[in-house]
Design a protein around this ligand. Sequence first.
Ligand SMILES: C[S@@+](CC[C@H](N)C(=O)[O-])C[C@H]1O[C@@H](n2cnc3c(N)ncnc32)[C@H](O)[C@@H]1O
Length: 400
Amino acid sequence: MKPLAATLPFPETLPEPRQSLRVAGLFAGIGGIEEGFRQAGHHSQLLCEIEPGAKRVLEDRFPDVSIVEDVRDLPSLGDVDLVAAGFPCQDLSQAGRTAGITGDRSGLVGEVFRLVSDPATTPKWLLLENVPFMLQLERGQAMRFLTDSLSDMGFRWAYRVVDSRAFGVPQRRRRVVLLASRTEDPRTILFPDEAGPVIEERERNGRACGFYWTEGVRGLGWAVDAVPTLKGGSTIGIPSPPAIWMTDGRIVTPDIRDAERMQGFETDWTVAAQPEQPHRLGARWKLVGNAVTVPMAKWLGQALAEPREVPELTETEIVAGMRWPDAAWGENGQAWKVDRSSFPVQWERPALETFLDHDPKPLSLRATAGFLKRADQGRLRFVDGFIDALHAHHKKMSAL
Ligand SMILES: C[S@@+](CC[C@H](N)C(=O)[O-])C[C@H]1O[C@@H](n2cnc3c(N)ncnc32)[C@H](O)[C@@H]1O
């Protein structure tokens, strides 16, 4: 990352928000959106989450909020101001099956549409969150379905791809944030802030670098001074931590508690997930990997508390056959691309290595050997010294 001349400090204390919203959190997971919104002065009125471990975390962290398990059993949302729905992305994500937005699980977005069409519920805002691959899915058809459905229901919508590194955490994580309203203008929330574009760096230059040890043939997830996206699953089928090449040459994997912090949660946020088997961390990694980064939601929550003017932006109409850009808005079946980067702000971000509070574990001998084998078979190009560092690590681990 190229540092910007002026970085904004991470706002620890917030001014009294002008508007405090009542939130219904669907597909709430471990509450990344809801916790960020809470920090921005809003409050959850209803949570919906089907997975037992995630539900236990919500019960632990939001003890006063009622939780419904299955969105399909929810008759109505009642009187709320904002409906948040990071609907399941398995069908949408590159790693998953590309069954599309009408596939079994992403078909759940249909449940969101049912709930916001209920005349008894007139939320001011609808927030959808998902992986950027949703913009390319079915050559853009999935996104067209989504935006056309919103238009048909009378919503004006806007979306922006944002990167968690903008919000003070050392994790590269790009997510689409889509906001829609029948009465408000979502451009007043998503577009006023701009701190980018930020040029992606590749060279190590004395910093720790993150990568996926589970890959190595086609992808690497290389990130300078950050970890790549924490994931709920991996190419080897289980949720697993990324690896970090430390400045002293060690190859390590971070502790789950630091992964929680890389998502902006407090340490041990997910400890309630598996009370019977606290030493088995797979479930916690999965929940953390699926979550929304808390300070990203806090930024959004702050913007929702104090909407600003629609900024003057150059717009290009998006016509059939065009790729969906990284930021756009639309209404009445029409859509326009706008020039907004994935860094709306750049809150101060600690170096990856100093961010780690807990001793990381050395990458195991087996994992290192597997990675080196894949790297040898593939055609990826690595930065100078990286493969040598892995060989040195392998030698050290073999000697133990
Ligand atoms: C991408 S995750 C959302 C993560 C969440 N935003 C967070 O910060 O942790 C999607 C969630 O939808 C939940 N889910 C899937 N099907 C559901 C259903 N029918 N009813 C309620 N929740 C469901 C999954 O268990 C999963 O936790």
